[in-house]
Design a protein around this ligand. Structure first.
Ligand SMILES: Nc1nc2c(c(=O)[nH]1)N[C@H]1C(S)=C(S)[C@@H](COP(=O)(O)O)O[C@H]1N2
Ligand SMILES: [Mo]
Length: 348
């Protein structure tokens, strides 16, 4: 069943055994019933796409029917906007998940972004005015060509595409998200890591004037910081996302640029990244500094290794509430297991 990816040379195998088209994953009566509920609320499909502070994100836009009426929605890109007109980017059909895409309104209304709030339901409203454009991303450390990259320029120059990924939070909830962006390794290639580089560190923005959680929760070691081993960062699945649901990232999802590492728990995927550093040795991470026994450096999704306070064997899909078994490496084992000779939860 594995098939080589077309178009790109050092191709990973990205069609795992269990993959199904998203449509096949949701039984028809289920999605028909969902739509009937929306209709009865007088919302229709377009109505369902609004709210949650997402500013008119497209919803289950893989369905041709749902594209109708989108023109009437407010778009993130307004006249005079500094956001390049590159959305929606073409979807790469290689990335398949075997589950239905989580509606934009649900994903955009249930966020972990502690710089704003620990209340997932309030992040969208608190972050709504976050000024994320223009934005520069600095890349420094063990690289031959350090640089400061304008995010709009990256959106224009990088091979932007949409990828549907499973997303699994360590708190045992999950969703399925169509991210827009490019492989992190495309940016790393531009800066040319030196032979001494072994790890990549990500530092999120820290702006107390715009991020109320920084002021109200001074006990956290801000700014948020995360890291990957260089070979993990070079894996094609590791993505820098600048968009979601066919639109530029809204603030609550980490505007204007965030990491997405789909085989690891969500906390590895740092939002609103301001700085990337190539390092010789393994750095600390935000959560491992706070609770080293609960949040390790690797944090690969592993149903067999419980969190000290709860099982990771199952997860709850945030849109339907249904519980499903957690997949090792979040279902990306065929692609990434080779990075971990001793298994998902053993230090290499
Ligand atoms: N800067 C920053 N990045 C962050 C977080 C955060 O609090 N601050 N939370 C993480 C956690 S725990 C998760 S599950 C995801 C949530 O991403 P989403 O809101 O886009 O779904 O962001 C991750 N990245
Ligand atoms: Mo998370």
């Amino acid at each position: 069943m594995s098939r080589r990816r077309p178009r790109r040379a050092p191709a990973p195998i990205l069609r795992p055994r269990w993959a199904l088209p998203e449509r096949a994953a949701t039984p028809e009566p289920v999605w028909r019933a969902r739509r009937a509920v929306l209709r009865s609320l007088g919302l229709g499909v377009a109505g369902a796409l609004l709210g949650g502070g997402c500013e008119g994100l497209a919803g289950e836009h893989e369905e041709a029917g749902d594209q109708r009426g989108l023109g009437a929605l407010p778009r993130a890109r307004r006249p005079g906007s500094t956001i390049p007109d590159v959305y929606p980017a073409p979807r790469d059909p290689t990335y398949r998940v075997g589950r239905a895409i989580t509606p934009a309104r649900v994903a955009g209304g249930h966020n972990n972004f502690y710089e704003f709030s620990t209340d997932k339901e309030r992040v969208a409203e608190l972050a709504a005015g976050f000024a994320s454009r223009p934005w520069t991303l600095e890349v420094a450390g063990e690289v031959a060509r350090p640089g400061t990259f304008d995010v709009a320029a990256l959106e224009r120059s990088m091979p932007l595409e949409e990828r549907v990924y499973r997303f699994r939070c360590v708190e045992a909830w999950s969703m399925v998200v169509p991210w827009t962006g490019f492989s992190l390794r495309a940016l790393l290639a531009r800066v040319e890591p030196t032979s001494a580089a072994r790890f990549v560190r990500f530092v999120s923005a820290e702006d107390p004037t715009q991020m109320p959680g920084l002021r109200t929760q001074p006990w956290y070691p801000w700014p948020y910081f995360e890291a990957l081993r260089l070979d993990e960062a070079m894996h094609p699945l590791a993505m820098l996302a600048t968009g979601v649901y066919g639109r530029p990232l809204p603030p609550q999802h980490g505007a204007p640029i965030r990491l997405v590492v789909p085989w690891k728990y969500g906390f590895k995927s740092a939002k609103s990244v301001a700085r990337i550093e190539l390092l010789r040795s393994r750095p600390e991470t935000f959560w491992s500094r706070l609770e080293p026994r609960e949040y390790g450096f690797y944090a690969n999704v592993d149903p067999a290794t419980p969190h000290p306070r709860w099982s990771q064997a199952r997860e709850r899909l945030i849109d339907t509430g249904s519980e499903v078994p957690t997949l090792v490496y979040n279902g990306y084992g065929e692609e990434v297991a080779g990075l971990y000779p001793r298994g998902p939860s053993r230090p290499a």
